[in-house]
Ligand binder design. Structure first.
Ligand SMILES: Nc1ncnc2c1ncn2[C@@H]1O[C@H](COP(=O)(O)OP(=O)(O)OP(=O)(O)O)[C@@H](O)[C@H]1O
Ligand SMILES: [Mg+2]
Length: 159
């Protein structure tokens, strides 16, 4: 069983959300999986855009709700941006997402809770909760290494 560690952070602006994304992106490596959840408009895509920027991606990053998966070429790592809002668990199972999860890049999965059974055993979960126009509560849960180390570092140093 994976060890899990949690950390909650209050973002009071998009700049705060960008800072969290930058802190995390600095640690990313091939096969990093970040699972994102939270209501419509919570900030899953906004966070993903900040990750893309931190990875040196200059293309515009939007919610891939209709395409489900979009690939971007970063400076060092490819980014696989997924949004599984419109598909079922069974459909997701047929997409072969493991090729992305265990691939050379970083996977960001919006609405990940729909496909929890097929997420890899180790990943970082970010749950974003709106709390006013600009305020967001960001709840990170790390399942396994290296995510546990990353989250412990955020707990120790702050965002
Ligand atoms: N502190 C904040 N952090 C992130 N986004 C914020 C913050 N404050 C305001 N916002 C705004 O919240 C909105 C978040 O929208 P976004 O498209 O990222 O949501 P989403 O979770 O991807 O929704 P969907 O499920 O529809 O894809 C953006 O308009 C962004 O400007
Ligand atoms: Mg989105």
């Amino acid at each position: 069983m994976n060890q899990s560690v949690e950390f909650a952070f209050r973002s009071t602006s998009e700049a705060d959300t960008e800072r969290l994304a930058e802190r995390l992106a600095a640690q990313f490596q091939p096969g990093t999986v970040i699972a994102l959840d939270g209501d419509l408009g919570a900030g899953k895509t906004r966070f993903s855009q900040a990750v893309a920027k931190a990875l040196g991606i200059t293309e515009v990053v939007n919610s891939p709700t209709f395409t489900i998966i979009k690939e971007y070429e970063g400076a060092d790592l490819p980014l696989y941006h997924m949004d599984v809002y419109r598909i079922s668990m069974a459909e997701a199972d047929e997409l072969g997402l493991d090729d992305y999860f265990y691939g050379d890049g970083v996977s960001l999965v919006e609405w990940s809770s729909i496909i929890t059974p097929i997420l890899p055993p180790k990943y970082l979960h970010l749950f974003i909760q709106s709390d006013g126009e600009h305020e967001r509560v960001m709840r990170l849960t790390a399942y396994g290494e290296p995510y546990v180390t990353w989250v412990n570092e955020l707990k120790r140093m702050g965002v």
